[in-house]
Design a protein around this ligand. Structure first.
Ligand SMILES: C[S@@+](CC[C@H](N)C(=O)[O-])C[C@H]1O[C@@H](n2cnc3c(N)ncnc32)[C@H](O)[C@@H]1O
Length: 393
């Protein structure tokens, strides 16, 4: 592997520009990686028309960047919310669907209220998806959303309904998740209005870029699936093998809240599933390769091995897998992770010069402002991520 390629990947991994551009900001998916990193990895390790896979796609960073570079992209995640968000970010709207959305903005947003409910579609007491939505700052927002969702149901297009749900998701995440101060009805309405216009603009920009660059709109297939069962996905045949994987798997010892918002301190709500009309999973261990409290993280490494083996099955020989991964305890977890990679049939490509971390063979980066539950041990903070480059044997 040429040194220049690794240098370019290293500088992309160290890029600290906030996530921006195209449809990336339709939702702040936890632990998303930078579009620059995904785009550079795709550019350096694959060519136009190649099949690029992200088996833990989260908010779809790899998917969007892969489409922009004319790759055939496949995204997989067992979180239905991740699939919903990535789908909205990558779906082309027709002029009539855009008109439906703009009419909804004009007719519905000004009449959204919280002191009268048009019709009750939620049962506050029994609907589990509304857990912790009764705090003063959340309760009136819950009522506004309830009204908004009823008025989405009448829209005559699934794409338009999904788009508006995603805008409500984005606006409510802004209004509630980790926020200390209250948001007024006026502010909520204003933000929702602004978000829909900005999102339509960003989606247009994305679609226009694709339309002007490619004769055919780049294909992207998204699957709600456990990566362990990737070989069951009919797309993968002996003729359709993956040329490149760019991904960020769950992290050992670091539990990320992919499926909850935190309101009123650390109270968690599953409201994102209610708003997006998605099925919730089975608690945080479902999305993190096992329980936060597992001794030695054995179940993490067992699940990780099974998924890596399954991913290897759908890759062609000599294809690369580029991962960005964080460890709560790199000194014990990194060797175990690397052993799994080897067992699954991958060989590591190492970088020989590196300044910032004692491990000089790999690219490490700091992660600012990351929220997670870490079982911290050793000297290294839980907010260091490493780039791993492997080749399928
Ligand atoms: C670190 S996040 C990926 C973030 C993504 N790179 C982005 O930019 O948004 C890891 C993802 O893995 C998903 N995941 C966890 N276990 C999985 C499994 N067994 N199969 C597929 N996806 C899984 C989680 O739901 C989460 O979305």
């Amino acid at each position: 592997m040429q040194k220049e390629i690794l240098d370019q990947l290293a500088s992309a991994a160290l890029d600290k520009t906030p996530v921006n551009g195209y449809t990336h900001n339709f939702y702040r998916y936890p632990a998303r990686f930078s579009p620059t990193f995904a785009s550079t990895a795709i550019n350096l390790f694959s060519k136009r028309g190649d099949i690029v896979l992200d088996p833990y796609m989260g908010g779809g960073t790899t998917i969007i960047e892969g489409m922009l570079q004319g790759r055939r992209v496949i995204g997989i995640d067992l979180n239905s919310l991740a699939v919903f968000i990535t789908k909205v970010k990558t779906t082309k709207l027709t002029p009539s669907e855009k008109k439906i959305i703009l009419n909804w903005v004009k007719e519905v947003i000004p009449i959204l209220k919280y002191n009268k409910t048009v019709k009750k579609i939620i049962d506050d007491l029994t609907d589990k998806r509304l857990k912790n939505m009764n705090f003063p700052k959340a309760k009136f927002i819950k009522k506004i959303i309830n009204e908004a969702l009823i008025l989405i149901d009448n829209l005559p297009s699934q794409n338009a309904r999904n788009f508006v749900r995603c805008a409500i998701l984005k606006t409510t995440q802004w209004a509630l998740d980790g926020r200390r101060s209250h948001v007024s009805l006026q502010q909520y309405r204003y933000k929702l209005h602004e978000n829909i216009y900005k999102m339509l603009y960003k989606l247009d920009e994305f679609i226009l870029t694709l339309d002007t660059q490619y004769n055919q709109f780049p294909n992207c297939d998204l699957y709600e699936s456990n990566a362990e069962q990737i070989d069951k996905i009919p797309f993968f045949t002996s003729d359709n093998k993956v040329d490149l994987v760019v991904t960020s798997p769950p992290y050992p010892g670091l539990h990320i809240l992919y499926h909850r918002w935190q309101i009123n301190g650390r109270r968690e709500t599953p409201a994102p599933y209610w708003i997006s009309d998605c099925q919730d999973g089975q608690g945080d261990s479902y999305y993190n390769f096992g329980s936060r409290h597992q001794p030695n993280h054995d179940s993490y490494f067992e699940t990780s091995l099974k998924t890596l083996q399954a991913i290897r099955q759908v890759m062609r020989s000599n294809a690369y897998i580029i991962q960005l991964i964080a460890f709560s305890n790199p000194y014990s977890h990194l060797p175990r992770y690397l052993a799994n990679m080897e067992l699954a049939g991958f060989t590591e490509v190492k970088k020989n010069s590196y300044k910032e971390f004692s491990d000089s063979m790999r690219i490490w980066r700091d992660v600012p402002n990351r929220k997670w539950h870490a079982n911290l041990k050793g000297k290294t903070s839980g907010s260091k991520e490493v780039v791993l480059i492997h080749r399928a044997e």
